[in-house]
Design a protein around this ligand. Structure first.
Ligand code: HEC
Length: 278
């Protein structure tokens, strides 16, 4: 295999991340600037479409796929699950603001009382457990379908993740997620940033590498390779395995912090989930 050598810390520390002690909003703006320079022809909102924002051939195939979206059944099944009352007569709608409709843009959020990041999937299981139902597995299956339905009702809303600067727990969780993104790991010794920042737009095997900006707007995703709908953290695990690093458990503290960072970076982009990918 041809070895790609990545340049070290360029442009104001964005590429190595950790040297910059920047806050979330500075990070986000730096990402917007970096990718806008790198892809001058791509309008900002387009980054929500991942590699299809700049790979014209893959984009054509994707647009064709979206004519009969492979995630449609998951939305329908997810809605049926969402609307089925628990054994105690209550339902998911009772657990969420606005009955759970159009709320995904606010996830993940930092729960100050529990001192942890709460993703939408974690909140769905918290809701089940509070109603004496068993927690569902996190990567695929009914939980991903419920998440797909909730994402669908949030389409078009702008990502609006909050990291309150006066909340030390939230700031620390965001910083830990950011650190995860920039830390090299696995036998190939790649960080998430090595591929998705330094090498964004370049080809790795069959695919061009997507940008950090927009990586969190369209989940869950139906992937042809998976043959089913899966959550963002399933993708984290796959990208960890790709560099021969041991994947962590879905909804581990580390992956939730990572999702918090990644989602904040997409603030201002419109939600377009569920999505379809190869
Ligand atoms: C060796 C390179 C490599 C590394 C390192 C890597 N990825 Fe990926 N990642 C890919 C490839 C290839 C794809 C599929 C093409 C694409 O969408 O970027 C992908 C896809 C993704 C996607 C889906 C994008 C979409 O539009 O649906 C996310 C999210 C993602 N990676 C996150 C991460 C995270 C988080 C890490 C670090 C834990 C990471 N990646 C590390 C290669 C990598």
């Amino acid at each position: 295999m041809k070895k790609i050598i990545f340049p070290l810390c360029l442009i104001g520390g964005l590429l190595c991340g950790l040297t910059a002690m920047a806050g979330p909003e500075e990070d986000r703006l730096a990402m917007v600037e970096y990718y806008s320079d790198r892809f001058p022809d791509v309008p900002l909102q387009e980054f929500a479409n991942g590699l299809y924002a700049f790979d014209t051939i893959a984009r054509e195939q994707w647009i064709e796929m979206e004519d009969f979206p492979p995630y449609e059944i998951a939305i329908e099944d997810g809605q049926a699950l969402f609307e089925t009352p628990f054994a105690n007569g209550k339902s998911y709608a009772d657990c969420f603001e606005n009955g759970g409709i159009g709320v995904k843009q606010n996830y993940p959020y930092f729960d100050t009382d529990a001192g942890e990041v709460v993703t939408l999937e974690l909140a769905i299981n918290h809701c089940r457990e509070a109603n004496d139902e068993e927690a569902l597995p996190y990567m695929i299956g009914p939980l991903a379908e419920i998440s797909a339905y909730m994402a669908y009702t949030s389409r078009g809303n702008e990502m609006a993740v909050q990291v309150p600067s006066d909340n030390t727990g939230a700031v620390a969780a965001y910083a830990a997620g950011k650190q995860f993104y920039y830390t090299r790991r696995g036998q190939l010794n790649f960080a998430c940033s090595s591929c998705h920042i330094q090498s964004a737009g370049l080809k790795l095997r069959a695919d061009r590498l997507s940008t950090t900006l927009g990586q969190a707007t369209h989940w869950p995703v139906y992937r042809s390779k998976w043959g089913e709908i899966g959550t963002l953290q399933k993708r984290f695990a796959e990208c960890n395995s790709q560099v021969w690093a041991k994947p962590l458990e879905a909804q581990s503290v580390e992956y939730r912090n990572l999702e918090y960072f990644l989602s904040y970076i997409s603030n201002g982009l419109e939600l377009n989930g569920p999505g379809s990918r190869r």
